[in-house]
Design a binder for this molecule. Structure first.
Ligand code: 2AM
Ligand code: CA
Ligand code: CA
Ligand code: CA
Length: 265
């Protein structure tokens, strides 16, 4: 398998998709809702997913695709090469702010991550990794992540997870939010994972994400020595929704043990 070629093709297509999204700022969006009134999708989300699928099917007909908007394959296992695509991560931000959104693309082989790409279109910042060759912001290598204590950490965390029960007892998160130096919420899981990878935040917590939200980000963080699991400390599931805890080395273990009771809840 020529992973260098797949890596180069994927980066090229992500860049091209980004240009399409950037030029869509001039046009009127068609906005629909999905699972609830705050769960948005636009015609651009759908067009961009189809753009990727056409490219992949043309050049790599044997590869499989999981896309958020449902134009890919319905997979029950991760055998072979699988592209996990979120055409726009942070659709609400895309609609309301025209910033704070990204394209997220992960490529896995038999369930093992090989390529992760997250493109912050508005800033023209592409974060990418081919497993084992380092992680980059455009052409600049990103440094390995240092250890960090809870008291000196900024934790990306949506307020809703601390307000009411979702999967875990929200009371567990209150001491963590209090002990941290600060909390933030950006509304794009892919960018929040990139912020962990670049050290702009020290940890990111979510109760409910889908494989296309974290397929790329988890790889970028792991390539830099960070740790990514679900909130019980288990390996992430790439075929169904899961919770997520991503953090600097050391900090991940402390949050899991001292705040999340090692997943015993
Ligand atoms: P999306 O914009 O691609 O839908 C928002 O806090 C973050 O959670 C975004 O990364 C968003 O991805 C993701 N998310 C996952 N499931 C969601 C849902 N049901 N509704 C809204 N956002 C969701
Ligand atoms: Ca969505
Ligand atoms: Ca998403
Ligand atoms: Ca999306």
């Amino acid at each position: 398998m020529n992973w260098e070629k797949i890596y180069n093709d994927a980066k090229l297509w992500v860049k091209e998709a980004g240009e399409r999204i950037r030029s869509s700022f001039q046009q009127t969006l068609t906005i629909r809702t999905k699972s609830n009134p705050n769960d948005l999708v636009t015609d651009i989300d759908q067009e961009i997913e189809q753009f990727f699928i056409n490219k992949i099917r043309e050049v790599y007909p044997g590869h499989k695709i999981i896309g958020e908007e449902g134009y890919g394959d319905q997979l029950e296992q991760l055998e072979g090469i699988v592209w996990l695509i979120d055409p726009i991560d942070g659709t609400m931000n895309f609609v309301h702010q025209q910033r704070n959104f990204a394209i997220s693309l992960g490529i896995y082989e038999n369930g093992i991550g090989k390529i992760g790409i997250i493109y912050d279109i508005v800033h023209d910042e592409m974060y990418h990794t081919l497993r084992g060759t380092g992680a980059y912001l455009n052409n600049h290598p990103l440094p390995l992540l240092p250890e960090r204590t809870v008291n000196e950490s900024i934790i990306a965390l949506n307020a809703i997870w601390v307000m009411e029960n979702h999967r875990i007892n929200h009371q567990l998160l209150i001491p963590l939010a209090r002990d941290a130096r600060g909390t933030r919420s950006y509304g794009s899981a892919a960018l929040e994972l990139v912020y962990v990878a670049t050290g702009r935040v020290d940890a990111y917590i979510s109760m409910r994400l889908s494989p296309w939200d974290y397929a790329a980000g988890a790889l970028l963080i792991e390539e830099l020595g960070g740790v990514v699991t679900n909130l019980r400390g288990k390996k992430l599931d790439f075929l169904s929704k899961d919770s997520l805890l991503a953090a600097k080395p050391g900090l991940h273990q402390v949050i899991l043990k001292d705040y999340l009771n090692n997943g015993n809840w």
